[in-house]
Design a protein around this ligand. Structure first.
Ligand code: ADP
Length: 464
């Protein structure tokens, strides 16, 4: 049973939703019986569907008692069982995250365990995601009322270690009664720290890529030493991609569908469309960037790197993204300067992103932090060469052409490294035969959830 604040397509803020929306589906396909429990929000999905209440009770949060329902969606809307915790004046918000998240997610976690206590068929594994569910491993193990749950293995997956669910010490009285000698398990630097508590108490810790696990030991917003000391129970499992949605053969967004044997003509048609829309020359190698224009993605350096790289008039660059206003305007300012070689679309456009994955020759990802990253895996599936900084999931999924690989990698987040990588890409593009063979090779790489879903099942089974 997965416990999460987000799940695609019900409520999505980031990659967490994609994982929790796909992993159970693929786990079920390989014979597991996987379900999700999440908060009931006031959003498009909950308004568009009908629900039945299968359990009602009250959850105690300090001095308050709050009525809660376990809801199930009517009809077979999703490919796995999903249970919603409905707490009218607390969890039922239009946004997933609000100012009152300490109380909201505490009540959510307590209600989830209260309900699990009543199940005749208890979960075989409780799989928690990120800090919003970080107190479950502690409560399941230490709170007196959950004693009958304490033999169930609890796993925590860290999708982003920067956010930890800190709360002032005096919130501990809201946690169901436990032996106060164990309070240290909840604390980190004098505060209750949900993620730290999960790292200490979960039976296993996972991250969304193996390299991110290693990097957290050196850069985890204060939890480095803890992660290093708990590393014996930690493992990185790479996220998958939903290969049914991201498939150039069936993708309804793109201009022309293609598979390995038709990749050249397929990509050509998509590139032609992009170049005509964005005033670019289709005979030149096209380097694209898709993503949030934020420091984590190295986007602040992009305008400088593009301006510099475009001193070579034989390449084109196209950017799709939104984020920091400064970066957005710098990227727009470059358009007249490099008219015919460069363009940018500031905003979010799902369709355009698919056509770019299909039509570009290269995808730039100069990330500072990348717990897993999806873009590079989409890009491989569409036969587009990823140009990435060696970090987190990028390091785990892209091998440089100089090491018999298929992508282009650089070590630093610097204008110089990005520009050198673009030039290496241009040279690679000019070697037509190798470049074409490489497209087919990239498209053969399997990053589907099948592989990762199995890895999680194996992890569950390995717990004694
Ligand atoms: P993160 O979750 O850190 O933003 P990921 O690589 O895990 O990064 O996922 C990013 C997802 O969002 C990808 O599916 C990417 O195609 C999509 N995306 C990001 N920015 C845009 C945009 N401006 N328009 C369309 N899709 C976008």
């Amino acid at each position: 049973m997965h416990v999460s604040a987000e799940c695609y397509p019900i409520a999505k803020v980031g990659g967490l939703a994609d994982v929790v929306g796909a992993l159970p589906k693929y786990q079920n396909e390989i014979g597991a019986k996987s379900s999700v429990v999440m908060p009931f929000y006031n959003n498009k999905f909950t308004q568009a569907n009908k629900f039945t209440s299968i359990y009602q009770s009250k959850v105690r949060l300090g001095n308050e008692e709050l009525k809660f329902d376990i809801l199930k969606v009517k009809g077979s809307v999703l490919e796995f069982d999903i249970f919603f915790i409905h707490i009218e004046n607390l969890l039922y918000t239009t946004e997933v995250y609000t100012e009152n998240d300490t109380n909201r997610f505490l009540a959510f976690q307590i209600a989830a365990l209260d309900w699990m206590l009543t199940l005749t068929e208890k979960p075989k594994v409780i799989h928690c995601h990120d800090h919003h569910t970080g107190l479950i491993p502690f409560m399941a193990q230490e709170s007196y009322k959950y004693e009958t749950l304490n033999k169930i293995p609890v796993i925590t997956t860290i999708h982003n270690g920067q956010y930890q669910g800190w709360m002032p010490y005096d919130n501990i009285y809201k946690i169901p009664m436990f032996n106060i000698e164990k309070v240290g398990l909840l604390l980190w630097n004098g505060m209750v720290n949900s993620l730290a508590a999960a790292i200490k108490c979960a039976w296993r810790i996972t991250t969304v890529s193996p390299s991110y696990m290693e990097e957290l030991k050196y850069n985890a917003n204060g939890l480095e030493a803890l992660l290093a000391s708990e590393s014996a129970k930690a493992i990185g499992i790479l996220n998958g991609i939903d290969s049914k949605v991201w498939n150039p053969e069936t993708d309804t967004y793109i201009v022309k569908n293609y598979k390995k044997t038709t990749v050249e003509s397929g990509k050509k048609a998509n590139k032609k469309w992009l170049c005509s829309q964005f005033n670019l020359d289709e005979s030149k190698p096209l380097f694209a960037f898709i993503g949030r224009l934020v420091g984590e993605k190295g986007a602040d350096l992009l305008p400088y790197a593009i301006d510099y790289a475009l001193r070579d008039k034989e390449i084109s660059v196209l950017v799709l993204g939104s984020g920091f206003k400064q970066t957005e305007s710098q990227l727009l300012d470059l358009i007249p300067r490099h008219n015919g070689n460069y363009n940018a679309y500031i905003g979010y456009d799902e369709k355009l992103s698919h056509i770019i994955y299909a039509g570009a020759d290269f995808l730039l990802m100069p990330s500072r932090v990348e717990p897993c990253g999806l873009n590079q895996m989409y890009s491989l599936r569409y036969g587009t060469v990823p140009v990435v900084r060696r970090i987190g999931g990028l390091k785990d999924t892209v091998i440089d052409i100089g090491d018999n690989g298929f992508g282009i990698c650089h070590n630093e987040v610097s204008v110089n490294d990005i520009v050198v990588s673009i030039h290496r890409g241009k040279e690679f593009y000019d070697n037509k035969k190798k470049f074409k063979t490489n497209r087919k090779r990239m498209m053969s790489i399997d990053h589907s959830w099948k592989v990762s879903a199995k890895a999680y099942i194996n992890l569950y089974k390995s717990i004694k």
